[in-house]
Design a protein around this ligand. Structure first.
Ligand code: ASP
Length: 328
């Protein structure tokens, strides 16, 4: 079964799995009218067709919850979905058979936290938020991140499912790493949201490339590369081959382009073109960017056709096909 269909089918199972303490952390509850004081209605947007994630984010936003809680709880839906083999629990392992997870989160004040190549913890986005809120640091990696998670009360979890283990053993027969555009090897969830106050936050979480070298970290937990938010301007996040996003500091670039006056759509297009410019002879990989600005406008762009992004606003819940640099 194609992964996208598979995900659509399976992710309904995970909808609604949320721990009680997190549900309790909805901070601001109000039932006031949809539009906030600066004329913006809440929005959640995420990479790919992770509709259960945007639905969860919307649940938070519509009752007046913060954009930080919305993106946190939204992406956790995918981390908890055992059938999603590219994010969180059930993610594909590295070439040694270890599942290593990357995540970062950024709030309206520019606070941010990240975990890199962390094992045995099912919700890296929650640990990233703890790094942001409970430590003087921005990033914790590997064993240090895992140790910190235990200190914060997270439980040790075996993240390698039987299905992932079988797929890994099969991969070991040839041990070839080859990105397959839009399918299988990578599909990060990056999410951006605007709340009723007009404040923007973002989150990004992934198991990274399947069968990567031990210790490999891509763009997803790197603030500026896989995710960036500036509450004055907007936010951006990425999916695809992380090495290429890091080389252009893609998400920061897109926010800066919006600062210079580009729309989210124009900024995403320019971000992809910068990557293309550095890869004139090699375009057999996918990158997808999404962005949002302070006015609540959104955009998305990718290299190859096939990338989609979800938006949830008061007008509906839509899976948007992204325009692409290459047309076939
Ligand atoms: N960007 C992620 C990484 O390189 C993978 C992905 O988005 O598919 O680790």
């Amino acid at each position: 079964m194609k992964r996208r269909k598979f995900l659509r089918k399976s992710s309904t199972v995970a909808a609604g799995i949320m721990s009680a303490p997190l549900l309790a952390s909805y901070t601001e509850k109000t039932t006031s009218k949809e539009t906030n004081s600066i004329g913006i209605t809440p929005i959640a947007i995420c990479t790919w067709d992770f509709g259960n994630a945007t639905a969860k984010a919307w649940e938070v936003l519509k009752v007046g919850g913060s954009s930080l809680d919305a993106v946190h709880q939204g992406v956790m839906v995918e981390e908890n979905d055992l059938n999603n083999s590219t994010v969180g629990n059930g993610g594909r392992p590295d070439r040694d058979g270890n599942v290593t997870l990357d995540a970062c989160i950024m709030d309206k004040d520019g606070n941010c936290g990240a975990v890199l190549a962390m094992q045995n913890i099912a919700n890296p986005i929650s640990v990233a938020r703890k790094v942001m809120e409970e430590t003087p640091h921005v990033m914790l990696a590997g064993k240090g991140a895992e140790q910190f998670a235990y200190e914060q009360g997270f439980e040790k979890t075996d993240l390698l499912t039987e299905e992932s283990k079988e797929a890994w053993l099969k991969w070991k027969e040839t041990s070839q790493y080859k990105p397959i555009i839009n399918i299988e090897n990578h599909d990060t969830i990056g999410m951006l949201a605007i709340d009723k106050k007009g404040d923007i936050s973002g989150a990004c979480t992934t198991s990274g490339m399947a069968y990567k070298m031990a210790g490999r970290v891509g763009d997803s937990p790197i603030i500026g590369a896989g995710l960036f938010v500036d509450n004055e301007i907007g936010g951006a996040t990425a999916t695809g081959v992380g090495e290429e996003v890091v080389r252009t500091v893609g998400s920061f670039l897109i926010v800066e382009l919006m600062r210079q006056g580009k729309s989210p759509q124009e900024a995403c297009e320019e971000g992809v073109k910068r990557i293309i410019a550095k890869n004139k002879d090699k375009q057999d990989f996918q990158i997808g960017f999404i962005a949002i600005n302070k006015k609540g406008e959104t955009g998305g762009y990718c290299i190859h056709p096939g990338f989609t992004y979800r938006t949830y606003t008061k007008d509906g819940h839509i899976n948007n096909p992204s325009d692409s640099y290459l047309k076939s």
